[in-house]
Design a protein around this ligand. Structure first.
Ligand SMILES: C[S@@+](CC[C@H](N)C(=O)[O-])C[C@H]1O[C@@H](n2cnc3c(N)ncnc32)[C@H](O)[C@@H]1O
Length: 272
């Protein structure tokens, strides 16, 4: 796997989308969710949202994309809206957007999130996952990562490289997308009542969160909506690449009314 040091410091044109997707997919956060994403996976939803926005005559909608990972699919939504002549103001949030690369000596580096949790290790130029599998007990990799974690805890705070954990491609649209580190389970006053369109793709998954956590996150999405009429899309991509989701419209009474479905619909329809 490509190391964080090479990903963020190498020439952008030397990194292909497969390397980029592999890099983000191998990042597991402390809450055991992955920053997995890939270009093109949400195209079906992009087209649906563009149609709905156009139907409503919104020319400059405020769009919120949550749990964006590298932001590559946010960039695609931005491009799809622009191609339809729409000029959106896009905000993209994720639990882990601010990272730092720390040199631990002897050819070892670590990529950390803003809380100091390791997201990737690098050894002799090769990127390695920072989380453990059961088999790692047998191979000794668990011992090695435990040692590197101790080095991280002792590493000086100075001389670290700060990086935005965002796709190099998506970063080229930085003027059009505001990337904000944000925990969707905690209400953020800066986002209240602002958005015409909200997308939560591959984050509100039952595999990741319990019903109470999901309910709190859904309530936060409702709080970030501009008001009645706001479109809220919730979708999950299955392992076979098929998408299943629902687009809801916020009603006067604050209820989410389903107006469109993709595949079998959202797996959290009942909670919404
Ligand atoms: C599987 S990725 C989905 C990326 C993108 N939306 C897509 O569909 O390609 C899930 C993202 O949710 C983020 N995430 C996990 N827990 C979160 C939380 N509590 N608040 C905000 N983002 C979170 C992870 O960092 C990860 O980038």
């Amino acid at each position: 796997m490509i190391s964080a040091h090479r990903y963020f410091n190498g020439p952008a044109e030397s990194i292909d989308w497969r390397q980029e997707a592999e890099f983000f997919a191998a990042i597991r956060l402390q809450n055991r969710t992955y920053k997995k994403t890939a270009p093109g996976r949400l195209g079906q939803l992009d087209s649906l949202l563009v149609g709905l926005v156009a139907q409503r005559g919104w020319t400059e909608p405020a769009v919120l994309d949550v749990g964006v990972s590298s932001g590559i699919t946010t960039r695609e939504l931005l491009d799809a809206l622009r191609q339809a002549g729409i000029k959106p103001a896009v905000t993209a949030t994720d639990l882990a957007l601010n990272g730092e690369i720390v040199d631990l000596g002897l050819g070892v580096r670590a990529l950390l999130d803003s809380r100091g949790h390791p997201l990737q290790f690098e050894w002799c130029g090769v990127g390695l996952r920072a989380w453990n599998r059961r088999l790692d007990l047998l191979t000794g990799y668990r011992l090695l990562t435990a040692h590197w974690r101790r080095l991280v805890a002792r590493a000086p705070r100075t001389g670290r490289q700060h990086v935005k954990l965002v796709s190099r491609q998506a970063a080229t649209a930085a003027d059009a997308i505001a990337f904000i580190e944000d925990d969707l389970s905690v209400r953020n006053p800066a986002l209240l009542g602002r958005f015409n369109v909200i997308r939560a793709a591959n984050i509100l998954n039952r595999l990741y969160f319990g019903a109470d956590q999901l309910r709190a996150m859904i309530a936060n999405l409702a709080a970030y909506a501009k008001g009645p009429g706001t479109l809220i899309a919730v979708l999950r991509t299955h392992d076979d690449g098929t998408n299943h989701g629902t687009v809801y419209q916020l009603a006067q009474d604050g209820k989410f009314v389903p107006i469109e479905r993709i595949g079998a619909g959202s797996e959290i329809d009942d909670l919404v």
